[in-house]
Design a protein around this ligand. Structure first.
Ligand SMILES: [Mg+2]
Length: 236
């Protein structure tokens, strides 16, 4: 058995609003590096999110942007002013007797920064970032299959905050834990493009019972349901 956990808005609460810095980095890349107007940038992001799922996927497909350069730029902010040590998460992760894997569409450096700030970097066995899954991030099946291929024969628990990432995990017989804090950034504190992202969960939540096994508000609730999660894995 292995634990596969997402990084952003999963290892730490969405209500930290750390993703506002990500958002600012993406906007800055479009306007500062690519030189498009603020209005054009918003339009591009909304279009790419709808068509490709992420801004980066659209930039790679249509603008020939180098994904590593983009991810380095977007994740260049410091996380330590916002995230602090999470002793509950540390005790849980470090005590788990199974491989603990982070699967993310960010880059490795970002995951390491986040995990270090939370005090759990040494409790993580492997990081599969976007590059490690050949830039075919969740919900592309290749992302999940790449992780499973590294742990042959193991069944997996999959923990994530984005609902759209669960159907492919279920198709691979993973037990799904949805971290859904129900957080919505304050109006005016978020780029219009990101409303596409935040509306997604609301639109999809109706089908949650079909692909989600457990729902928790934050990762710190995972220890309390863990015995049930393990039982579900063993019962599959
Ligand atoms: Mg996430």
């Amino acid at each position: 058995m292995i634990l596969i956990v997402d990084c952003d808005n999963t290892l730490y609460p969405a209500s930290t609003n750390l993703m506002a810095l990500n958002d600012a980095g993406i906007a800055s890349y479009l306007t500062g590096v690519m030189g498009v107007s603020v209005e054009q940038a918003e339009g591009m992001r909304i279009g790419y999110l709808r068509k490709y799922g992420t801004t980066l996927a659209g930039l790679v497909a249509e603008q020939k942007v180098d994904p590593d350069e983009f991810l380095d730029y977007v994740h260049s902010y410091e996380v330590s002013p916002i995230l602090s040590a999470d002793p509950v998460l540390r005790e849980f992760l470090c005590g788990l007797k199974m491989p603990r894997v982070v699967l993310t569409s960010a880059n490795r450096a970002h995951v390491e920064k986040v995990a270090r700030a939370l005090g759990v970097l040494d409790c993580i066995d492997a990081i599969f970032d976007l590059k490690a899954v050949d830039y075919l991030g969740k919900p592309h099946p290749h992302a999940y299959e790449t992780v499973l291929a590294a742990y042959p024969g193991e069944r997996a628990v999959f923990v994530d905050d984005r609902f759209r990432n669960f159907p492919p995990a279920r198709a691979l017989n993973m037990v799904n834990v949805w971290v859904d804090e129900g957080y919505r950034p304050p109006p005016g504190d978020i780029a219009p493009a990101l409303n596409v992202f935040y509306d997604e969960a609301r639109q999809l939540a109706g089908s949650a019972s079909e692909v989600v096994d457990f729902t928790i508000h934050t990762i710190d609730e995972l220890p309390a349901i863990w015995d049930g999660v393990v039982a579900r894995v063993n019962g599959r």
